[in-house]
Each structure stands twice: as structure tokens, then as C-alpha cells.
Design a protein around this ligand. Structure first.
Ligand code: AMP
Ligand code: GLY
Length: 428
């Protein structure tokens, strides 16, 4: 089967790496892809916002299956239009993608399905929102309703900070995403990401991971798309996972089906594991990045076969196996990220890192110049990933591999996996 994978990040390189192991795969096209995916398939330039162009490419190249990596094309209804053209596609419809595209939608679904989540209120004007903040007190969380590229959530430590966030959102600071604002109770606990493959009816749990969102060591500095991750997350014990499926995922999947908008694709539950059990922070409707970079190396089942089963409604026939090792990835980012990154700097010796045992280097924001040099071309540039018998071993291998890469223009956190290692070693 010929496959078209849409996206350009470390997530898509990891997906391409896993797909390339499938005996069912004939040709793999990635749009737009990156220098990492170019080694596994053919990078092609298609305007993904132009759904007719995607359909035309699929027809011309006999694409049997399209896999959408990022959220924006899902929210824009690419899957709807491909399905209408008779092209099989992995990912949710526009209607089901609202689980990520609208925080207010997800909160309403949680109410309907009695899913444990933070108490909240919705606002379309600043004054009542600020009055609510004052009655609730701090800490409190202010969220723009729509997609805001990771900038739409403010965990405010004070009432003044929350009021400023409300003003910023309603004065257009995040564009249309901030036309409606959700204000939530601040949940206390440890965060985990949990991934579940869905086909509208069946929900097949994949695995857990933990991300590191802040740019600096010790979880300091501004939020990023994620500076590193590891899988599995020790906080997701079998009992927490069982409760997450029963109390959060399955009621949500049933409610989406009952609404006539069944959820197909990968449901990424952002969880807070509180003293009272798991609570939903948010849903995403795609694999996480960099979480995908630690899930794929651990996956011991044919990814393409699983994704096709999700699209075809046959997940009830499937099981998933995982390698017993832990995986850990360290994001190597360009200077000044998450501000405007310094791009164009040369990266050398990636091959030396990749040559180390149990190491994979996924490209996220790179490009090659005409002379074949590898250059930084984004904020998050490489995801240096390793497997190990323990998180500690995976961490040691990932940092050893990273040290082999010669890139003066890059920086990284030095404490990815710290909590899990402390737990493993009885210090957590
Ligand atoms: P999001 O962009 O929705 O992933 O949110 C970014 C981060 O904000 C999450 O990963 C959490 O760390 C934090 N956050 C969001 N909502 C809450 C909440 N209700 N309580 C505590 N932290 C939250
Ligand atoms: N790493 C978090 C995300 O992909 O949204």
C-alpha cells in the first residue's frame, strides 16, 4: 500500500520510522516532511490547506491511506474531504477534532459524560470573566477556547495575573482563539499523557508518557511544545490506567458516538493524577510531540496495521504489544526557542549519535542546504531518543548520544526524566 503522511516534525519522523517497518508498506510519501523522513520515504510539497490538491496527489500516486500528524488539518476537516473522495484516512473528522479544537466543547462533553475534570465557567466578555476570577481566587487557570499553538493557557498564580490573561485574550491577543475563554480550577498533582487508539466504538489503550513543557531545567521559564519526554510514565500504574479508561476515555468515546460524531484516530488525554484519581486536563486528537518519539521506539506491533484498523473500524480485532524497555527523548532546540529561534546554524555528527546502540535521532526542525550540510530550521530541531532497561539507562544513553552531536547553536534541558529516575531509585 502507498501511504501519504502529513506533517514535518519529530512526531512525523517517528511515525515514518515505525511505518517503514511495516510489510504492508509500499511507497511512503511525506508532506512536507524533513531531512529525517527523506531517508525513509519521499518528501513531497503539497499545500495541505488545499484539500482538492491533497486528493489529486492521492489519485495520481495511488495512495491507499493518508495519515495526518498535526491537529490543524484535522480541525480544518481534511479527513472529511478525503473520506468524501473515497480515500481512507487516519484521524478524526472535523466534528470529532473539536475535542482539541474547542476547549468549551470538551468541557461540555465532560459535563454530559460525567468525566472528571477541573470545575470551570465559560465567558464571552472580559468583565464577567474577571468577576468570576475574583470570586474564585488564585491559583486559577485561564484558557482561550480555540487553537492557540500552545499559548492559549495561563496558569495564574495571582488574581491580577489571571485578570491580565483575560484582558489579553479578549483584546485579541490570540486572535479568534480568544473570542471565548474558559476559566478553570487549578488541579494539583502529577501530569501524564495517555494515548488511546479509537475507531468510533472500540478504544484500544496504547501507552503513557510524560512531557517536559517548560524550557528550563527544574520546570522553569516559559512553556514550549515540549523539551523532552519519556515512556512509560510511572505515575500511570495499572490501576490509574484502568480508572482513566473507565472514568474518562470510554465515557467520552461513547458520548461522541451518541452525538453522531464518533471519534476515530488517536485520542491523547492530558491528565492530572490528583489525590482523588485521574482528571482530564484536555484532549488532543493526534500523537503528542515529543511523546510520539518515545512511543514509536517502544511499539512492538505493526503501526500501519493498527492505524488502518482504526480508520476501518476494526480495532476490536487488534492487540498492541510493547517492548519492555523505557524510552526517553531529549529535544535539542535552537537558541532563543520558544522565542524566535536562531536558525541556519550548522549541525554536525548526527550520524555518530545515531550509530550508538538503542539510539534514534528524530529530526524536527532541520533542513539540508545545497551542499548537503544539515542546518537548524525551526525551534525544536532534533529529538535525541534512546531505549534502556530503566528510565535511568535510557536517559544516560540519550544524553551520551546528544553529546556526540556537534551543534554550538543548540541548547537542551539536562534533567529530562528526573522525576521518573528518582522514583526508580527510591528517592521520589
Ligand atoms: P495545554 O496547552 O492545554 O496543554 O495546557 C498547558 C499546561 O497548562 C498543561 O500541560 C498543564 O500543565 C497546565 N494546565 C492546564 N489546565 C490546568 C488545570 N486545570 N490545572 C492545572 N494545570 C493546568
Ligand atoms: N507535547 C504536547 C503536545 O504535543 O501537545
Amino acid at each position: 500500500m502507498n501511504v501519504l503522511l502529513i506533517g514535518s516534525g519529530g512526531r512525523e519522523h517517528a511515525l515514518a520510522w515505525a511505518l517503514s517497518k511495516s510489510p504492508q508498506l509500499e511507497r511512503l510519501y511525506v508532506s512536507p516532511g524533513n531531512p529525517g523522513t527523506a531517508k525513509l520515504g519521499e518528501n513531497v510539497v503539497i499545500d495541505v490547506a488545499d484539500h482538492a490538491a491533497v486528493i489529486a496527489f492521492c489519485r495520481l500516486n495511488r495512495i491507499g491511506f493518508v495519515i495526518v500528524g498535526p491537529e490543524a488539518p484535522l480541525v480544518a476537516g481534511l479527513v472529511n474531504d478525503l473520506a468524501a473522495a473515497g480515500i481512507l484516512c487516519f484521524g478524526p473528522s472535523r466534528e470529532a477534532a473539536r475535542l482539541e479544537g474547542s476547549k468549551a466543547f470538551t468541557k461540555a462533553l465532560c459535563d454530559e459524560a460525567r468525566v472528571p475534570t477541573a470545575a470551570y465557567a465559560r465567558f464571552t466578555e472580559a468583565e464577567p470573566a474577571k468577576a468570576y476570577v475574583r470570586t474564585q481566587g488564585a491559583p486559577i487557570v485561564v484558557k482561550a477556547d480555540g487553537l492557540a499553538a500552545g499559548k492559549g493557557v495561563v496558569v495564574a498564580a495571582s488574581v491580577a495575573e489571571a485578570e491580565a490573561a483575560v484582558d489579553m485574550m479578549f483584546s485579541g491577543g490570540l486572535g479568534a482563539a480568544g473570542a471565548e475563554v474558559v476559566i478553570e480550577e487549578c488541579l494539583i498533582g502529577e501530569e501524564a499523557s495517555f494515548f488511546v487508539l479509537c475507531d468510533g466504538d472500540t478504544a484500544l489503550p496504547l501507552a503513557s508518557a510524560q512531557d517536559h513543557k517548560r524550557v528550563g531545567d527544574g520546570d522553569t521559564g516559559p512553556n514550549t511544545g515540549g523539551m523532552g519526554a519519556y515512556s512509560p510514565a510511572p505515575v500511570m500504574t495499572a490501576e490509574v490506567e484502568r480508572r482513566t479508561m473507565e472514568e474518562i476515555v470510554l465515557p467520552s468515546v461513547r458520548a461522541m458516538k451518541a452525538r453522531g460524531t464518533p471519534f476515530r484516530g488517536v485520542l491523547f488525554a492530558g491528565l492530572m493524577i490528583t489525590a482523588a484519581g485521574p482528571k482530564l486536563i484536555e484532549y488532543n486528537v493526534r500523537f503528542g510531540d515529543p511523546e510520539c518519539e518515545v512511543l514509536m521506539p517502544r511499539l512492538a506491533t505493526d503501526l500501519l496495521d493498527l492505524l488502518i484498523a482504526s480508520a476501518e473500524g476494526r480495532l476490536n480485532e487488534k492487540t498492541v504489544a510493547w517492548r519492555p524497555e523505557a524510552a526517553l527523548t531529549v529535544v535539542f532546540a535552537a537558541e532563543n526557542y520558544p522565542g524566535k529561534p536562531v536558525t541556519g546554524t550548522e549541525i554536525r555528527n548526527v550520524a555518530a549519535a545515531e550509530a550508538k546502540p538503542d539510539v534514534l535521532v528524530f529530526h524536527a526542525g532541520t533542513k539540508t542546504d545545497p551542499t548537503g550540510r544539515l542546518l537548524a530550521a525551526g525551534g525544536r530541531v532534533l529529538a535525541v531518543t534512546a531505549l534502556g532497561a530503566t528510565v535511568r539507562e535510557a536517559q544516560t544513553r540519550a544524553y551520551d548520544a546528544l553529546a556526540a552531536i556537534d551543534w554550538p547553536g543548540g541548547f537542551h534541558r539536562t534533567d529530562i526524566g528526573r522525576l521518573a529516575v528518582e522514583r526508580e531509585e527510591g528517592r521520589g
